[in-house]
Design a protein around this ligand. Structure first.
Ligand SMILES: NC(=O)c1ccc[n+]([C@@H]2O[C@H](COP(=O)([O-])OP(=O)(O)OC[C@H]3O[C@@H](n4cnc5c(N)ncnc54)[C@H](OP(=O)(O)O)[C@@H]3O)[C@@H](O)[C@H]2O)c1
Length: 302
């Protein structure tokens, strides 16, 4: 694995890139390419999304096949792989892509990424997969985070153009599904955390605590997580489930207080009940004195 913290790379005026998909993220990507001085061709299924981009200097293509024919490199960023496949797998587009490179920054599952990579190989299309781990305002800034997978030599070839998107780019390996696998794991953390925060805001409100009153304390809870993530990873790799003064029985007790308070206010405690259920299962299997890392191990032991 290699990580590069990249500044905007010098791209020659000849550097050309096509962006398929002009939702909020596709527009942010295309804007970053235009601002980096790349000749940028854009296309979107529904017309009219490229007006601002064209004003900034992008070229609007009349069709996806015309768009991909304009550049050696096409970046795809649509809602999911059903959409990406609907665009890429049309005969006219596949023909125009032959010998060219696609970097698919659409989010979906690792299997879908591998499937599209197989299709690309069968059709003579050079293919890299990837995922974007940060929101649109970060694109083109040092705060953007991109992960990539697929053939490393192909990634290195197109890295100077990808660097124009700013931020950090990491190539995670040759398996085209690997970036999507990281994406899934990282979004698992994100969405369960956001569900927890939404629930916490509701319970706090029911107890007369406003969102703004809670927010600074919520940030404090968020700040204790990074060292815990690191420690849990190390413990899991060593097989150390010792609990270290914070046993699962104690976690179950804390979680049940949250469930009771929530349900006393008539607030759906489903997310917390799910977490409590995992912890209770660990206790039921005789691991009550272990630490929370045991739950990760039990989930992995299918
Ligand atoms: N927004 C973010 O902050 C963010 C952050 C990280 C990753 N991402 C990922 O980036 C990707 C794009 O996200 P987004 O924010 O731009 O918005 P989005 O709502 O996920 O995607 C909108 C884009 O998908 C296109 N699309 C949908 N169905 C299609 C179909 N059947 N055929 C062709 N095009 C289709 C839309 O075209 P029309 O305009 O024609 O509907 C539009 O270009 C997603 O995979 C998302 O998970 C987004």
């Amino acid at each position: 694995m290699r990580t590069e913290h990249t500044e905007h790379t010098e791209c020659t005026e000849q550097s050309a890139v096509t962006v398929l998909g002009l939702g909020p993220m596709g527009r942010a990507l295309a804007t970053a390419f235009v601002e980096a001085g790349l000749r940028t061709t854009v296309w979107n299924r529904t017309p009219g999304k490229d007006t601002e981009l064209v004003e900034r200097g992008a070229v609007s293509a009349p069709s996806a096949e015309a768009a991909v024919a304009a550049s050696e490199l096409t970046v795809v960023c649509v809602v999911n792989y059903d959409a990406a496949d609907a665009v890429l797998r049309r005969d006219e587009v596949a023909d125009a892509l032959k010998g060219r490179t696609v970097v698919n920054l659409t989010a979906d599952t690792p299997d879908r990424a591998r499937n599209t990579a197989r299709w690309a190989a069968e059709h003579g299309v050079r293919y890299l997969d990837g995922a974007i781990m940060t929101p649109t305002p970060t694109i083109g800034t040092p705060h953007a985070v991109f992960i990539h997978s697929g053939p490393e030599d192909l990634y290195r070839e197109h890295q100077p153009v990808l660097d124009a998107l700013g931020g950090t780019h990491t190539h995670l390996g040759d398996d085209p599904g690997r970036a999507a696998a990281y994406d899934i794991a990282l979004l698992d953390i994100f969405w369960t955390s956001m569900a927890g925060y939404a629930h916490a805001l509701a319970v706090a409100k029911a107890e007369g605590i406003s969102p703004r009153e809670l927010a600074p304390f919520a940030q404090g809870i968020g700040a204790i997580l990074p060292p815990i993530f690191e420690q849990t990873a190390e413990e899991l790799e060593r097989g150390d489930f010792s609990g270290d003064g914070n046993p699962i029985t104690s976690a179950v007790s804390s979680m049940s207080h949250i469930v009771h308070t929530s349900e006393a206010h008539g607030i759906d405690a489903g997310v917390m009940r799910a977490a409590e259920g995992l912890a209770r299962r660990a206790v039921g299997r005789g691991h009550g004195a272990d630490g929370f890392t045991r739950i990760a191990q039990l989930l992995s032991d299918r």
